[in-house]
Design a protein around this ligand. Structure first.
Ligand code: AMP
Ligand code: MG
Length: 416
């Protein structure tokens, strides 16, 4: 097999979409359990949540004022104050003809009342029961009342299975009467580096060595996407090393991610180890840049994604392939959020590979998004990647673009 797929026939290059569809096929979350909602941020619902109470549970006042019968609320016709309804302290009785109850925001509207007269639209002789309240305005029935069930109806689904639990979703679930929810277990993702040149961070570099950075990047990435990263160490460039490291994993894994060794050079052993494990294996050359070689297969029934070794290729492939795979394993669907931005520089016609250009996204003086691809795009350049905050996406054969053209951009997560 030739090492450079671009020099090879067009049919040997797999599109990003096809590769992603094949990676996602068969991935699913495994086990669900109940967890306290206070601990559920970033987890995915495994079953629908149904409202246990309506919101609001009763008719509530939206303002400070007087609960009245709208028909009785006539300027110049006095009402008699018979009680008070404050938040948490409802008035127990009924409002009869000619009566009113002092009421405050969030308090239950007493039986018999059908409107709230604003306090500034009434003159009260005193702030005590028995006082006379003189309306200065009429009010229509329903004014300033939040009817029971306005927001949420008891018995209705409020959050569907597959919902990623944000702080907003958790606040809704708690408001609707829940303390816990059934969520999918976070997927455990094994991360294995490969390469004889890799030195552990913090150790002195021997000649020809580099610090291994992919594992720490991917561990942060996995955590950021709702998974649990399991460090599988660094495999030497020797047949059997990848298999041995995977089989030594201390806990069950739902996905193995490797970096490096993904080509078919003399020192690249992942492909060989996968076939030695008896598993079906795809060795893909993807029509994308960065990130040409990608391995997809399984070891002992555990799916494996073999990312390229170059740090930028590895990170971009993680964004394009690992991110949706993690979402599947965690139980939710993921769509990359693309945004439009105006190019500040010209770009030549693209070739057959989908390009992800390391770029800096900002704003012009009017607040419009503008984007500048960096001059150097080498996939080994972690310095350029760290300085970027976005990727300009260029489809295969995208025509040349001029400064001022609108292009599609993926924002890079600022926490990664
Ligand atoms: P490979 O696919 O194994 O030929 O690796 C491609 C390039 O990525 C080589 O220059 C490697 O030194 C580099 N590389 C591989 N693994 C890592 C890693 N864990 N951290 C940083 N660079 C790496
Ligand atoms: Mg290598």
């Amino acid at each position: 097999m030739p090492r450079d797929p671009v020099a090879h026939s067009a049919s040997s290059l797999l599109s990003v979409e096809t590769a992603l569809a094949r990676i996602l096929d068969g991935l699913a979350p495994r086990t669900a359990r109940h967890v306290a909602l206070a601990q559920a941020n970033g987890r995915t619902l495994a079953s629908d949540l149904v409202a246990q109470v309506s919101l609001p549970a009763h008719d509530l006042s939206a303002m400070d004022g007087y609960a009245v019968r709208a028909a009785d609320c006539v300027p110049g016709t006095p009402l008699t104050r018979i009680g008070e309804s404050a938040a948490g302290h409802p008035f127990e009785g009924d409002i009869g003809q000619g009566q009113t109850v002092r009421i405050f925001t969030g308090a239950v509207v007493p039986a018999g009342a059908d409107a709230i007269l604003l306090q500034e639209d009434a003159d009260a002789t005193a702030e005590i029961d028995g006082a006379t309240v003189m309306p200065r305005e009429t009010v229509a029935s329903g004014t300033y009342i939040r009817p029971a069930g306005l927001d949420v109806t008891e018995g209705k689904v409020i959050l569907k299975a597959g919902t990623w639990l944000s702080a907003r979703a958790i606040a809704l679930a708690v408001s609707a009467g829940h303390v816990s929810a059934e969520v999918w277990d976070q997927p455990r993702i094994g991360i294995l580096s490969t390469g004889d040149e890799l030195a552990s961070p913090g150790t002195p570099l021997k000649p020809g060595q580099i610090y291994s950075s992919n594992a720490v990047y991917l561990a942060s990435f996995v955590a950021q996407c709702g998974g649990i990263a399991v460090d599988l160490g660094t495999a030497a460039d020797q047949p059997g090393a990848v298999l041995a490291h995977v089989r030594a994993a201390s806990q069950p894994l739902q996905l193995i991610v490797t970096t490096g060794g993904a080509s078919v050079g003399t020192h690249d052993h992942i492909a060989g180890d996968l076939s030695d494990s008896g598993a079906a294996m795809d060795f893909w050359k993807i029509a994308m840049r960065p990130g040409k070689p990608l391995i997809h297969g399984q070891i002992d029934g555990i799916p494996l994604l073999g990312l390229p070794g170059n740090p930028v290729s590895s990170a971009v492939c993680a964004l394009i392939f690992l991110r949706p795979a993690l979402a599947r394993l965690a139980g939710y669907d993921y769509e990359p959020s693309m945004t439009n931005a105006v190019l500040t520089t010209d770009l030549p016609e693209n070739d057959r590979r989908q390009d992800y250009l390391r770029s800096v996204l900002g704003h012009d003086e009017y607040g419009n998004a503008i984007v500048t691809p960096t001059a150097r795009q080498d996939s080994s350049m972690i310095g350029v990647f760290a300085a970027a905050n976005a990727l300009v996406v260029r489809p295969p054969f995208d025509p040349s673009r001029a400064a001022g053209d609108v292009v599609q951009v993926i924002r890079l997560d600022p926490r990664l």
